[in-house]
Write a protein that binds this ligand. Structure first.
Ligand code: PLP
Length: 334
């Protein structure tokens, strides 16, 4: 089976960079949705706790239950709010308020421009009334930035909107709740000492998707993807490899089959423009469900050690490369 190495030192390095920039570990909430971006939910929860983080963010309540022992507080982004003193639930719409269980801890998500979810700003006071009427405990107000990683003034405009939201929520009477809008890109780009909470995802895993001028914080990839050899053979000139025989040996060569395929979440992509592994080996022919073929005799090969670079090859972002990886792939801490 292919396997993933998780580099503890690099993970701690990244967390430390953000803790230094934001002035405290306590402000960092590690985002663990989608199997901790493919890195392993429990494993990353455990390492985060070991580092000293106390807050986490997931998508579903089920994930929160798995990692509860590691954190003081868990924010759930997309599930029905229920009573659990350990957790708070993002309310993404007025409908979510109606569905929430009485007595739950909630955080109201406000749409400040992304137009994906969250209540509209002109529904703010109405939403706060509903939250009270329903007997929910408001613990925070949040928003999500749509262009934190793009060079434009949009981030500043959205922050201004959020300032307005904050002012109105405080004027309504909620003065001791937390307000948060920062993801990794916002934290890399702007001062963050004043923030109540940073929802730290991709940056913790070692990627900075911002334009080069925001590269002043060095991040190190946490994950590397490896495959093991399952067979080795000699090809004669002209012999073909894999489905459709797409790869034709240009000369006599030694190739091996490795146990990674699209069943493991590795993209089948385009065999006419083959993916180059971290060691510079092109994938020969089509990617199968469980196998790839490389010109190598090594027992183990490193396929990816930097998802940002890997993503560039197939015109996607680091997020997608790592998140697609099948949760069943074995993980080892390095
Ligand atoms: C995924 C997510 C984040 C983390 O974003 P990164 O870009 O990975 O840091 C923060 N907030 C919300 C609401 C999210 O859904």
């Amino acid at each position: 089976m292919a396997f993933i190495k998780i580099n503890r030192q690099n993970f701690f390095h990244n967390l430390n960079q953000f803790a230094l920039k934001c002035g405290s570990k306590d402000k960092l909430a590690i985002v663990l949705k989608d199997n901790a971006y493919g890195h392993g939910l429990e494993l990353i929860a455990q390492l985060s706790a070991e580092f000293g983080l106390t807050q986490a963010v997931v998508r579903h309540y089920k994930e929160a239950l798995q990692i509860k022992p590691y954190f003081k507080g868990i924010l759930i982004l997309g599930d029905r709010a229920c009573v659990d003193t350990h957790c708070s639930f993002a309310l993404n719409s007025l409908d979510d308020i109606l569905k929430a269980q009485k007595g739950s801890n909630v955080e109201l998500k406000v749409d400040t421009g992304m137009h994906r979810n969250g209540i509209a700003i002109n529904e703010l006071e109405h939403a706060l009334e509903q939250i009270e009427a329903k007997g929910l405990k408001l613990k925070g107000v949040l928003t999500h930035n749509r262009s934190a990683d793009e060079l434009s003034s949009e981030l500043f405009w959205q922050n201004k909107q959020f300032e307005e939201v904050k002012r109105r929520v405080q004027a309504y009477g909620y003065t001791d709740i937390r307000f948060h809008s920062f993801n990794s890109a916002s934290a890399l780009r702007l001062p963050c000492e004043q923030e109540d909470l940073i929802r730290l995802g991709i940056g913790a895993y070692g990627y900075n998707e911002l334009p080069k001028i925001y590269n002043h914080i060095e991040l190190k990839p946490v994950l590397s993807l490896w495959a093991k050899r399952v067979a080795k053979r000699q090809l004669k000139k002209g012999e073909r490899v894999g489905y459709g025989g797409q790869f034709i040996a240009p000369n006599e060569m030694t190739v091996s089959t490795y146990d990674l395929g699209y069943g493991d979440g590795w993209m089948r992509s385009n065999s006419m423009n083959p993916f180059m592994t971290a060691e510079g080996l092109p994938m020969l022919g089509r990617v199968s469900m469980d196998y790839i073929v490389l010109e190598s005799e090594k027992e183990e090969v490193c396929i990816v050690n930097n998802a940002l670079e890997a993503g560039k090859q197939v015109k996607t972002i680091s997020y997608e490369i790592v998140t697609l990886l099948n949760p069943h792939i074995e993980k080892v801490i390095d």
